[in-house]
Design a protein. Structure first.
Lengths: 781, 434, 175
């Protein structure tokens, strides 16, 4: 704590800060290029040079780079007076000796740090008239565009990609003034965080290729702070739209959740709202009508079917949407549920009930050790980025997973002994063996043996892959660690951005009730919002389709459910509406629209049209509801308040404990997903084009293949899936045989399938198939 | 003066360990290993030995910066990355008497309590490195390296490390990065290598010639060492002379010998019909000295009296057969290529300086270009990440001062009128290179 | 009395004098006054000497326009050369100030000497790109922006400009 002076202006600083950091925090326009708050100082650009006045008689003032200078009390710097200005102008002039004359055709113009610093340093005229050095551009995939000539060699890209995000397919080449930054070979990046290169690069070297197709200058965009709707972390983003379309998504720097970066799924996945086949107008039986006519029609249907109505939402939709639909359901004596599958609801509620002192992303980054269960990168990529900071600091990270996950690849490089691959049915047992008090185990001996007391461990589980027994095992593990005087924080990555909010509401509107009513044929009118019950992973719902006479779908993607709908209403996306989302920590975050899409509706619009409640009344009612439900007085939606998960979800971890299958003669189906695949993001064409997994293929470990006697000449038929009542479900894919691909990163005794393939065959995630039900068929030809 | 580094050079081939010991080698270790380190360090400090790598920092003082309770492992790094143009002294002792190096390393490591010593050799000296490695193996077999050397309780391992190329590896922190396997970019100082060097451990980096002097000073005493020099300097030094002289080469002479003696006596003077215009006293990154400075003694305090520095003692002679501005462009060509590319003023500013110089040669320059060139030198100099660019600009800055009239002539004559000037020396419109 | 007559007739004489002076009136529309080269008249979009559109949809003109009468949506063709998919100027708003011409970095948008484009229908004053694009180079016959920019276009690869070096070979080990 102390203060120093820049141009006689007082600047306060905290111990450990450097001069530039303190100056920027105080709001001074100090110039810089290569410094970044998350990436640290490099000292490469020399732009932050300031003159340090002498303290003793007879000494000269000297030039220091403020990003490498630790702030000390009483120092006096000259920024705009003295020779610093001259020196900084020189630095910009050197950049201009090789920077191309690209501003009019450069995507970054208007948002460009080089432009800003040039103006700030008052450099005007380039005296260098020699030849500029050039580079060939490298194709870097469908998401990022490279123009290497514009590089100012600040090293930020490689400091982010290699040092912060631990990627290794991108780096620095050559030396001297031919230094360039590129991938080792052409093609898209391997890292799930490659989109951040666009923000981190101060010039237009790395630009957003998806934005480029619908380009607009940044000052013309309608922007607002919003919450990402693609995973349960709930990062703060800044979508920018113009003229009825989304143009780009940037991270919104904040101190609550994600600081400076977002993952590719949040950045490029949001462009699902630009898909060519997005429903943008209402339809009745395939005929396009205007919204009012469709709403009248729906009101008609609901009135006539009162008492036999079901409304289904999903964890991908926000709290306001749920409340609005719940109100509509109650008005017409119908049932509502925010979850499609009771299984998902139970798992989500159990995970929230069993969470202990859920770690935020910052907590994860600063912990002393971690245990990760499940494919974390593919479910909540930003949590993975936080865990990578742990790995970088040399802390112990153990992973237990069944399907391939990028985080395991990183840990495996240095510590292959810290990776445990096993089928999910065995996880509860393995987790129990992690208990430090057990000795002489074949799996996981004393995991954090060399940690002193008082250190903090975080445990993260992927709820959708775990059964409730293994979640309990994790909870018990916390207790065991605490007995060893370690602090433990347990959190779960959930499926769906608003899974917590949905689980909170589902206490009053359980999905089992709705599903049972449908099965008992008590419901013949179904409204579906943002969910896909007749598409992915909902084998339980398809048999019910024939009992539904009217299917109304209110969505913003062309899902399989939408394709068989009777009435379609266009739904606004999160960037286009306001709402409230609750993330995996219970953090209550409100968001407002960044731009508006003409012709789309929100659930609140629906409530107004169908049951007559005004928007203001609705929001007031909702506010009271949430306050009552959460027990929070003075509720704010700025992301500073968290639910008390323990009290909120008390008692919901006991339901439906599935017995562990110790049958050794079975295989387990696991979900194969990737960092860009969420329910909505899979409709974003550019992002979906780099999906690493193929559909209609079964991936398995070579040992499993050997055991089942499968090879490249054979195909595997999975047999009929059965539902919870053991009734066979007729799916189109049940007779299909799939070729196999061997993959070392799939756990033994597991069959890994993509969601599309799962939907095709009708099996549920984590379904257990006895081996005798599998059939092996020789490939033809 | 007793020869130190070149004392065994008269042998037809490098001495193996037996021959070396017969010729009196490794005897200094008797008075070093087992002696209290504090006393040895004090002796070294008082002797006045200064680093021979170019900076000339007092070796004893540098070594005394290591904390007495510094955590182990402690590393000694010997800098044999002799890439400075005009400097070829270290090559001699590497190829012709590797055991001298090893003796120096053992003595220095003992004083510093180093656990491992790296000898970092320029990539082009591959055969010399192989010879050194063989010598290291011989020393190991003879019990001079390894565990508990001569029952002193101290261990030493020597690792001969061959560089992958590049001049910047001679910069001490870039050298450390190169040994660790990273890009040879320099590191920010503080923290200094003596506190946090190789892999975060205390590391001392010294030039090989300095290291080779250490056992002799400790064995033969301060008085002997101080008598080795002349004109007020202590010790001897290998001076090298290159350029249009009759007898270019290296000469081990007392520190303080005048440049006149070195160039005209030992190197035989300039070739017939050539006239001395100026010379760089210590390799390419030093300032010009003029013929009137020939009588300045070549020791650490001599050249600074005329704004130059001793550097490595590699004298590059410049005669009237070429234009000094062309000479400077040639130097800049080297430096622009060898920049590591980390910081902007060096990576992009040095090519700009070269471009400005070329304007004089092609005749496109005017009076403002002199000011521009001076301004460039002034604002690049204090604003770089390491000392590479300041070194690169030293000949340019001094050239602008000492050959000022020449620059004006180039402007008035619209280009270079030197008989050696050909259009092919114009690189302004050359699309190749920086 | 004499003064009275003097004043009245003096006035008449002035009128008579002016009656025989040469007229300043120009008989428009049969005669038209020549405009200066920098006269700010109707806006056109020009092409460069190679016959390609100059406009690269940088959005500078629409941003500097003080009355927001320019609307642009940019896109790129199959060779990644940027051009405006939509370029509308609402001439009922345009004040012909010329700021767009000043701002344009590629010398695409220019103001001509034509001022005779009024209409009785406001809708007809909304000019689209096909109404604005001309085949010539306008006032600047020699300038092609892409011959100074670093981005490649069809017919000009990276490194082909007179002020550029050939692209760096990143695979060489030489310094």
């Amino acid at each position: 704590m102390g203060k120093f002076y820049i141009d006689d202006q007082e600047v306060n600083f905290e111990p450990g800060q450097n001069v530039l950091q303190a100056a920027l925090k105080a709001g001074i326009n100090a110039p810089y290029f290569c410094y970044h708050e998350a990436l640290g100082s490099a000292g490469a650009c020399r732009m932050c040079t300031m003159e340090l006045e002498p303290t003793k008689e007879g000494e000269n003032s000297r030039l220091v780079v403020t990003c490498l200078q630790a702030a000390q009390d009483g120092q006096r710097y000259r920024l705009n007076k003295g020779i610093g200005d001259h020196v900084r102008q020189g630095v910009v002039e050197y950049y201009m000796t090789r920077h191309p004359h690209d501003c009019p055709v450069c995507d970054e113009a208007g948002d460009c740090q080089l432009q800003d610093m040039t103006i700030l340093s008052h450099h005007t005229y380039r005296r260098f008239k020699g030849a500029k050095r050039t580079y060939m551009d490298q194709p870097m995939g469908p998401l990022i565009y490279n123009t290497a000539n514009r590089c100012i060699t600040c090293y930020r890209c490689t400091r982010f990609y290699q040092d912060y995000a631990l990627g290794d397919d991108f780096g620095v080449y050559a030396s001297g003034n031919r230094t360039t930054f590129r991938r080792s070979e052409e093609g898209h990046f391997d890292s799930p965080f490659s989109g951040n290169l666009i923000d981190v690069c101060p010039t237009g070297t790395f630009t957003d290729k998806v934005f480029r197709r619908k380009f607009s200058r940044t000052w013309q965009l309608e922007k607002n702070e919003s919450i990402c709707g693609h995973c349960s972390v709930g990062c703060h983003t800044e979508p920018g739209g113009r003229d009825n379309s989304l143009r780009r998504v940037h991270p919104f720097p904040n101190t609550k959740v994600n600081a400076h970066f977002i993952c590719d799924r949040g950045r490029f996945g949001e462009h699902f709202s630009e898909a060519n086949d997005r429903p943008l107008s209402a339809q009745i039986n395939g005929v396009v009508v205007d919204n009012q006519k469709a709403l009248d029609h729906i009101k008609d249907i609901l009135t006539k079917s009162a008492g036999r109505i079901g409304i289904l939402s999903s964890p991908d939709e926000d709290v306001s949407c749920h409340y609005a639909l719940a109100n509509i359901a109650e008005h017409f004596n119908g049932l509502f549920s925010p979850f499609v599958m009771p299984q998902t609801e139970d798992r989500t509620a159990a995970a929230l009930a069993l969470s202990r002192n859920t770690p935020s992303l910052t907590d994860i980054e600063t912990a002393d050790g971690a245990i990760i269960v499940g494919a974390l990168t593919e479910t909540a990529p930003m949590m993975d980025l936080a865990v990578r900071q742990l790995i970088k600091a040399g802390k112990t990270v153990h992973m237990l997973h069944a399907s391939p996950t990028l985080l395991a690849d990183i840990v495996r490089k240095q510590h292959p002994d810290q990776i445990h691959q096993a089928a999910p049915k065995n996880w509860a047992q393995i987790i129990s063996s992690f208990d430090a008090s057990h000795e002489a185990e074949e799996m996981g001996p004393n995991l954090f043996a060399n940690l002193d007391t008082g250190k903090r461990i975080i445990i993260l589980g992927v709820a959708v892959e775990m059964d409730i027994a293994s979640m309990h095992a994790l909870h018990d593990l916390c207790q065991a660690f605490e007995n060893k005087q370690l602090t433990v924080q347990l959190g779960f990555a959930l499926n769906g951005a608003n899974a917590t909010g949905s689980a909170m509401i589902s206490a009053q509107y359980p999905s089992k009730q709705l599903l049972d009513a449908v099965r008992k044929k008590e419901i013949d009118t179904l409204m579906v919002c943002g969910a896909d019950p007749f598409g992915f992973g909902a084998a339980d719902w398809l048999p019910a389709r024939e009992h539904i006479k009217q299917l109304i779908v209110f969505d913003n993607v062309n899902s399989p459910t939408l394709q068989i709908a009777d009435v379609i209403l266009p739904h606004a996306t999160w960037s286009e509406r306001r709402g409230i989302s609750i993330n995996y920590e219970g953090r209550i975050q409100g968001f407002n629209h960044a731009y508006q899409r003409a012709g789309t509706l929100t659930a609140v619009n629906l409530a107004t049209a169908l049951i007559g409640i005004s928007a203001n009344n609705f929001y007031e009612q909702q506010h009271n509801n949430i306050e009552t439900l959460t027990g929070l007085n003075e509720l704010h939606y700025n992301g500073c308040q968290c639910l008390n998960l323990h009290t909120q979800f008390e008692g919901r971890a006991e339901a439906n404990q599935v017995s562990i299958d110790t049958n050794k003669d079975s295989v387990q189906v696991v979900r194969l997903t990737w960092h860009g695949g969420s329910n909505k993001a899979s409709y974003a064409t550019a992002l979906a084009s780099i999906k690493p997994w193929k559909d209609n293929i079964i991936y398995l470990h070579p040992d499993t293949a050997k055991r089942l006697q499968l090879n490249a000449e054979t195909k595997l038929k999975l047999g009929n899936p059965t539902n919870a009542n053991d009734n066979p479900i007729n799916r189109s894919g049940m007779d299909q045989a799939f070729p196999i691909i061997l993959n070392d990163n799939v756990a033994v005794d597991c069959l890994a399938l993509t969601r599309t393939t799962l939907h095709h065959v009708g099996h549920l995630v984590n379904a257990i198939i006895p081996i005798d039900k599998l059939s092996i068929i020789a490939k033809e030809g | 003066m007793d020869k130190i580094l070149s004392r065994n050079f008269h042998h037809p081939h490098p001495l193996n360990i037996d021959e070396y010991q017969q010729a009196g080698g490794y005897r200094s270790l008797d008075s070093i290993i087992g002696q209290p380190r504090k006393e040895l360090l004090a002796t070294l400090k008082n002797s006045g030995l200064r680093g021979c790598g170019g900076a000339g920092f007092s070796t004893g003082l540098k070594w005394s910066f290591k904390a007495p309770d510094a955590p182990h492992p402690v590393y000694l790094v010997v800098n044999l990355d002799e890439a400075e143009p005009g400097s070829f002294k270290d090559r001699q002792v590497l190829y012709r008497d590797p055991h001298t190096i090893i003796e120096g390393v053992i003595a220095s490591s003992y004083i510093l309590e180093a656990d491992k010593a790296f000898i970092f050799i320029r990539g082009e000296y591959r055969k010399g490195a192989q010879g050194l490695e063989a010598a290291v193996n011989e020393a190991k077999a003879a019990g001079l390296l390894g565990y508990n050397i001569r029952n002193s309780g101290w261990n030493l391992e020597i690792d001969v490390h061959l560089s992958a190329g590049r001049y910047i590896c001679g910069e001490e922190t870039a050298l450390l990065n190169a040994i660790e396997g990273y890009r040879a970019n320099p590191r920010a100082k503080p923290p200094f290598p003596i506190a946090k060097g190789l892999w975060g451990s205390p590391t001392i980096v010294n030039n090989v010639e300095t290291i080779c002097h250490v056992p002799f000073i400790l064995h033969k005493g301060i008085e002997w060492f101080q008598n080795q020099g002349t004109n007020g300097a202590y010790g001897s030094h290998i001076f090298q002379v290159s350029g249009p002289v009759k007898n270019p080469g290296f000469f081990e002479l007392p520190l303080g010998t005048t440049a006149r003696e070195i160039i005209y006596e030992h190197a035989g003077g300039l070739l017939e019909g050539r006239e001395l215009i100026g010379f760089l006293p210590g390799g390419a990154s030093t300032q010009f000295m003029l013929p009137k400075d020939l009588d300045i003694p070549m020791h650490w305090d001599g050249p600074p009296t005329v704004g130059a520095r001793l550097g490595t003692g590699g004298i590059i002679v410049m005669d009237d057969s070429l234009c000094p501005i062309d000479f400077m462009i040639n130097l800049m060509q080297f430096f622009t290529r060898e920049s590591c590319g980390f910081c902007t003023p060096c990576r992009d500013g040095l090519p700009f300086v070269k471009y400005q110089l070329e304007k004089f040669e092609t005749g496109e320059a005017d009076m403002t270009d002199i000011d521009t060139l001076r301004e460039l030198c002034d604002i690049i100099y204090p604003n770089t990440f390491c000392a590479f660019a300041p070194g690169a600009l030293m000949p340019i800055k001094s050239g602008m001062d000492k050959f000022e009239t020449l620059f004006h002539q180039h402007i008035d004559n619209h280009g270079c009128t030197h008989p050696s000037h050909t259009p092919s020396t114009d690189a302004i419109n050359n699309k190749v290179d920086c | 009395m004499y003064k009275l007559i003097q004043e009245i007739f003096g006035g008449f004489i002035v009128t008579l004098k002016h009656a025989f002076r040469p007229r300043d009136t120009i008989q428009y529309p049969e005669q038209r006054k020549a405009r200066s080269e920098r006269f700010r008249g109707r806006i056109v979009l020009t092409k460069d000497p190679d016959g390609q559109e100059r406009c690269v949809s940088c959005y500078l003109c629409s941003s500097v326009c003080p009355v927001d009468c320019i609307d642009i949506q940019g896109t790129e063709d199959e060779n990644e050369r940027r051009y405006p998919a939509k370029f509308d100027i609402n001439f009922s708003r345009c004040i012909l100030c010329g700021l767009c011409e000043e701002a344009c970095p590629t010398l695409a948008i220019q103001l001509t000497q034509d001022y005779e484009f009024c209409s009785t229908n406001r809708e007809k004053l909304l000019y689209h790109k096909e109404d604005l694009l001309i085949d010539g180079t306008g006032k600047h016959p020699d300038y092609s922006f892409y011959h100074h920019a670093g981005v490649p276009i069809k017919g000009k690869a990276i490194g082909d400009n007179p002020d550029e070096q050939k692209p760096v070979d990143v695979y060489t080990n030489l310094p």
